[in-house]
Every structure is written in C-alpha cells, then in structure tokens.
Write a protein that binds this ligand. Structure first.
Ligand SMILES: Cc1cc2nc3c(=O)[nH]c(=O)nc-3n(C[C@H](O)[C@H](O)[C@H](O)COP(=O)(O)OP(=O)(O)OC[C@H]3O[C@@H](n4cnc5c(N)ncnc54)[C@H](O)[C@@H]3O)c2cc1C
Ligand code: SF4
Length: 330
C-alpha cells in the first residue's frame, strides 16, 4: 500500500476544502469499501480526510413530513430506526439485505451510496478494466459476466451498481444533499448515478471534493406499503443477482399508486418507470406485475451468461407484488 496522510475533519466546510484542494485526497467514512480498495491497490489516495467525527449522524423529521438521514448514520442504525421501519420499510429491508452485521455497524449512508462495483475484474489488477484503467478494455464482456448488467451498459463497461440501499432510495425518490467547494446542491438519488457510456471510470455526477451531507426521504404515502426482495446465490453475505424495491398503494383490487426500482440489472439503481406506468390503475395481480417487468426490460440487452436475469427480475417483481397484495387485502 502506498503511504498516505490522514486527517480528521473538524467541520464540513474544512473537510470539503481539504479534499477539494488535493486531487489525490479522499473522504474516509466507515472505510469498509475504500480501505479494502487501498489494500488491493485499486485506490491509492495520498490523503484521507476522515469525516466520521462530523455531526451528520442523526435521523430527523423534516417540515412537510419527510425524513433527513445524515450521511454518517451507520447502516445498522438506519435499519433499526422505528420511523424508517414503519414509514419506509423497503429501506430498512434493503439495508438489512446487505453485507453483514459487523459491516453494517461500520458502513455509513454516504459511503454505501458511493461504494464501487464488485466486478471481479475491477478488483483484479492483472486484468484489463476500463473503469479502473480507462482505455484498457473490458474483461467482463467476453469473460465472466453472470453478475453483470443487462440494461444501461455500454461497450466500455457492463458492471452493476452493488448498493442495496440505493435501490430502495431510488424507489422512494430520495434526494442527496451535497456540499462542495462552490456551495450546496440537491441531487435525486436516481440522478446521482450516471451510465457508463464512454467514461466508465465515473460512477456518479459528483465532482471531486463534493461531500454528501444527508439523504432526504420525501413524505411519500405509498412508501408505507413497501418491500425489498433480493435474489442472490447465498442467503447472506452476497450481492444481488437481481433485487427489486416496490412501494404500492392498492385499493379495491387495483394499483392506485406505485414505485418500482431494480438492483443488479444496471450500472445504477434502475427506476422502472415503464413498469410503473403499466401497473398504475391496473388490477393488482402478480400476472400484471410480471407483464410490467417484461415491458420494462424490453430494452434489455443481456449477454449469454446473464440472460437468466430477465426471468429472475420478472419473477422477483411478481413475488413482491403478491406479498404487497396479501398485506393490503383485509
Ligand atoms: C464482504 C462485504 C460484503 C458486502 N455486501 C454488501 C451487500 O450485499 N450490499 C450492499 O449494498 N453493500 C455490501 N457491501 C458494501 C458495504 O455496504 C459498503 O462497503 C459500505 O456501505 C461503504 O460504506 P463506508 O461508510 O464504509 O464507505 P467508505 O469505504 O468509507 O467510502 C466509500 C466511498 O465513498 C466515499 N465517501 C464516503 N462517504 C462519503 C460522503 N459522505 N460524501 C462523499 N463521499 C463519501 C469515499 O471517499 C469512498 O470513495 C459489502 C461489503 C463487504 C466488504
Ligand atoms: S464490466 Fe466495467 S468494471 Fe468490469 S471489467 Fe468491464 S470495465 Fe471493468
């Protein structure tokens, strides 16, 4: 590991100023992703600015009924919070579906959103990877791509975003609050992530030195009846092959309102607006959910090794709708 400097930030402005001033500086939160990457040689920052002492670790009510989650709220605390569990169950379930208890005790909200892909080749310095080394090639396209994207990918990179939390936040229309060297801005979690296109090395639209300070959940009535389902090779400690976050308001056997986002299918959490359009106003049935998934994935371009994900996504959405229908039926 290359030698690096370490500083503890005293305040948000200072943290932003320190990282902005040095192209090789990085924020350090729980360290469960960044420190792993430093050990593997994927990341080699010259300065770590530790933000864990900043006062961004609370969950608070917002005027208007929403909830603000500080960027340093640990994943365990988020999943255990009673407001989140009752008003946004899909978020608590998504967080609990990720990693392990020990990791969730360390991992933060901001760090979870900005964790990098688990593509095997990205983590293997001996193989070409456009995301790690632009222009070197993509080993996954003709290699092992069972876990990779079937929609939203490019000829330069087919990696998926690994965060479970981000999928739920995308369905909940959450908004990240960001502080940078030139001020503050709000970015919807969906728009925070970019598709790889010709620049697969850039996962998000954040500029160097921008710090996520919080994530805001809107007061979304539909969120109270919501679920997360993660399909993976092992029951724990495994990333999603496919996951789906659904919030649905079901009245008199019909879908009155609905939000859907998929994980494991794309380079970013995939808000399934086409599926939502099919479902809104339609009979609340698993068959209709399967049809909605098919409509969403009509644009999918799977490879030989991951075309099973289309059927898996269809089945996952149908299964979650079945559960939500059962819960909504008196
Ligand atoms: C074995 C293992 C299994 C896992 N399984 C899952 C899983 O199933 N599902 C899942 O979702 N995740 C999983 N994870 C990933 C885990 O959730 C992430 O490592 C963790 O959430 C990262 O949070 P952190 O606070 O430790 O981030 P760090 O490692 O500290 O930071 C990650 C990145 O975000 C940047 N950063 C951190 N905070 C901020 C901020 N506030 N603003 C701007 N930049 C910031 C850092 O500079 C760094 O680039 C797993 C990890 C491991 C090691
Ligand atoms: S899929 Fe992306 S991350 Fe994986 S090898 Fe190809 S370029 Fe690298």
């Amino acid at each position: 590991m290359r030698p690096f400097g370490y500083e503890r930030a005293a305040d948000v402005a200072g943290a932003v100023a320190r990282v902005s001033a040095r192209p090789d500086a990085a924020f350090l939160a729980g360290g469960t992703n960044l420190v792993d990457h430093m050990k593997l040689g994927i990341a080699s920052p010259g300065l770590l600015v530790d933000v864990t002492g900043l006062p961004l670790d609370t969950i608070e009510s917002l005027p208007g009924g929403g909830v603000r989650i500080g960027a340093l709220v640990r994943n365990s605390d988020l999943a255990a919070n009673l407001v989140i569990r009752h008003r946004y169950p899909v978020l608590a379930q998504a967080v609990l579906a990720g990693a392990s208890g020990q990791l969730r005790n360390m991992a933060t909200t901001g760090g979870n959103l900005l964790q990098q892909t688990r593509c095997l080749y990205f983590q293997d310095l001996t193989t070409p990877c456009n995301k790690r080394e632009p222009g070197s090639g993509c080993s996954a396209i003709d290699g092992h791509h069972r876990d990779h994207a079937i929609i939203g990918a490019s000829a330069h990179c087919i990696a998926v975003n690994p965060s479970d939390m981000a999928v739920a936040l995308c369905a909940l229309e959450a908004v990240a609050q960001v502080r940078g060297p030139v001020g503050e801005r709000s970015i919807s979690v969906e728009e925070l992530y970019r598709l790889p296109g010709e620049e697969p090395q850039r996962d998000t639209i954040l500029e160097h030195g921008e710090l996520i300070t919080a994530v805001d959940l809107p007061a979304l009535p539909v969120a109270g009846n919501s679920r997360y389902r993660k399909v993976r090779d092992r029951a724990s400690y495994a990333f999603a092959l496919v996951s789906v976050a659904v919030a649905a308001q079901i009245e008199a056997g019909s879908v009155h309102d609905v939000r859907v986002a998929f994980g494991g299918l794309a380079p970013r959490p995939w808000r399934a607006r086409t599926a939502e359009e099919v479902l809104r106003g339609a009979p609340a049935t698993a068959q209709m959910a399967a049809r909605a998934a098919e409509a969403e994935l009509a644009a999918a371009r799977p490879l030989a090794g991951n075309k099973f994900k289309v059927a898996l996504a269809r089945g996952a959405l149908a299964a979650v709708m079945r559960e939500l229908i059962t819960e909504a039926t008196p």
